[in-house]
Write a protein that binds this ligand. Structure first.
Ligand code: SF4
Ligand code: SF4
Length: 66
């Protein structure tokens, strides 16, 4: 599997940190944007492509239910 895409545009991420919390490799870090909102980023050298982060994401779950 490939390294997942957590969001393509910021509207696809509410900064809930669920992906950050669930990652078994601690490969996700939160970083503030210029407005002070935190968004997750994946350290690609650590990620094992388990995709738990995208499975737990509430926004992707809504999108997949459609
Ligand atoms: S795919 Fe797995 S290892 Fe990679 S960032 Fe997501 S939860 Fe972490
Ligand atoms: S789980 Fe989804 S909405 Fe929550 S911080 Fe991660 S990418 Fe953003």
């Amino acid at each position: 599997m490939e390294i997942p895409v957590l969001y393509r545009i910021k509207e696809e991420c509410c900064g809930c940190t669920a992906c950050y919390a669930i990652c078994p490799k601690s490969a996700i870090y939160m970083e503030q944007d210029e407005e002070g909102f935190e968004y997750p980023h994946i350290k690609e050298d650590i990620c094992i492509c388990c995709h738990m982060c995208v499975q737990v994401c509430p926004i992707k779950r809504i999108a997949n239910d459609r």
